[in-house]
Design a protein around this ligand. Structure first.
Ligand SMILES: Nc1ncnc2c1ncn2[C@@H]1O[C@H](COP(=O)(O)OP(=O)(O)O)[C@@H](O)[C@H]1O
Ligand SMILES: CC(=O)OP(=O)(O)O
Ligand SMILES: [Mg+2]
Length: 414
């Protein structure tokens, strides 16, 4: 039996794994995910063939590493999933690593590359720690399978110097790697390819404003197939607010918020050091801090349950609009499409409608029925534009970071 490729997407609150056939393009064999790790009980979603299963788990799975172990065991032990029963059925494991520093491409894990990635952990402890723990676990427990890492930041290596440079002392900046990196690039790469194909345009002639709006949210300006600006920065904290992230604030705010801003946060562990300010702005802010919920589905409703819910919605809309205006101008008004992606961008018809109405001046118009209906499960790109208007088209793209990793892993090796 041909070996499979496993793609792992570890976030702070969820772990998603998908097994693919080793063919070009890859075909998904099974998909399993655990979400709600930070808000127990964790929920398992599991799918292979026509089997779809969802359950709340009794197990205490408080880290992405434990969740990954659980998912792997569950898939290996499923008698109905005979293609994947042990280590020997796997050819490669692809890992999503958010921060890749100066890496422009994927990296096969060796002792040396792992050391290099461990050095980067200091720059992005909150985002890289879980992925690296899972890589270390795979090397230990599945030693015969090669791990390949794919970086969110790699897609943005084309940012011009005046976009990536912060106006601070350049000696300090260079010595410490302090620049804009940008994230969600695995997703943007999937979206660019899918949307260009949908529009029947070569990627190098495609100009897009893409919104990846999930519990972490960012937006990207793509000119002739290249990222020319994006809202996240040195870390995924910059730019748009998220479920528990503040997004852009005046950096001085942290010193007015608490005198302990620079001290080590109690959330730090022996292996992972983060400051109190980073902990507050990454984990105790965003729409959770305004409304008490991380679930944007409770916020994006016609009649919000409270003023705070309405405020959280209005803030996200306002910040996204600021970037759309900015990027529209940077792209010289030559924008093929505004693309909605990410858990919220793909599912919230209200957010799409609100943003589209506010972008009327750019010639954006959507078909309300198509927008309310949203895409079918197997519909990667859906056009929700109304008629052939003057402005950019409005598209929904169901992004797929696991597929993107497996696709490139296999393409480079077959
Ligand atoms: N129907 C919906 N309307 C609005 N938001 C939704 C809807 N369904 C799911 N979401 C939101 O999508 C977000 C998760 O998106 P996702 O891209 O999977 O996030 P991440 O990868 O950052 O964990 C959650 O905030 C969830 O509340
Ligand atoms: C980079 C980032 O914020 O990732 P996620 O949205 O998956 O949390
Ligand atoms: Mg995500």
């Amino acid at each position: 039996m041909a070996k499979s490729v496993l793609a792992v997407n570890a976030g702070s609150s969820s772990v998603k794994i998908t097994f693919y056939t080793f063919e070009n393009p890859p075909r998904a064999i099974a998909d399993a995910q655990i979400s709600g790790i930070t808000a127990p009980p964790p929920t398992l979603k599991y799918q292979h063939g026509s089997v779809k299963h969802k359950e709340e788990l009794q197990e205490k799975l408080s880290t992405p590493q434990d969740s990954f172990k659980y998912l792997l065991k569950r898939c290996f032990n499923d008698p109905e999933l005979s293609e994947i029963a042990s280590e020997s059925d796997l050819a490669y494991i692809c890992h999503r690593v958010v921060h890749g520093g100066d890496y422009r491409d994927s990296v096969e894990i060796t002792d040396e590359s792992l050391h290099h990635l461990e050095a980067l952990e200091d720059l992005a402890p909150l985002h890289n720690f879980s992925a690296l723990e899972i890589i270390r676990l795979c090397r230990k427990e599945l030693p015969s399978v090669s791990s390949v890492t794919f970086f969110d930041s790699a897609f943005h290596h084309t940012l011009p110097d005046y976009v990536r440079t912060y106006p601070i002392d350049q000696g300090v900046a260079k010595a410490n790697g302090l620049r804009k990196y940008g994230f969600h690039g695995i997703s943007y790469s999937f979206i660019l390819r899918s949307v260009a194909q949908f529009l029947r345009k070569p990627q190098e002639k495609t100009n897009l404003i893409v919104m990846h709006i999930g519990s972490g949210a960012s937006i990207c300006a793509i000119k002739e197939g290249k990222s020319i600006d994006t809202s996240m920065g040195l870390t995924p904290l910059a730019g748009l607010p998220g479920a528990t992230r503040s997004g852009d604030i005046d950096p001085s705010l942290v010193f007015h918020y608490t005198n302990d801003a620079g001290k080590l946060s109690p959330a730090s562990t022996k292996e992972m050091h983060i400051s109190t300010a980073e902990d507050i702005l990454n984990k105790k802010s965003g729409w959770k801090s305004l409304t008490g919920t991380t679930d944007f589905a409770e916020i994006a409703v016609e009649n919000p349950p409270s003023e705070a819910h309405k405020l959280a919605f209005d803030i996200l809309v306002d910040r996204i609009l600021g970037y759309i205006g900015n990027y529209y101008v940077k792209l010289g008004g030559e924008v093929d499409a505004l693309v909605f992606a990410g858990g919220i961008g793909e599912k919230s018809a209200l957010l799409r409608r609100t943003l589209s109405e506010k972008c009327k001046t750019l010639g954006v118009a959507i078909d309300p029925q198509a927008n309310d209906k949203g895409p079918q499960d197997d519909e990667t790109v859906m056009d929700i534009s109304k008629g052939a208007g003057k402005g950019p088209r409005a598209l929904i793209c169901q992004t797929n970071e696991q597929f993107e990793m497996a696709y490139h892993c296999i393409r480079a090796r077959s």
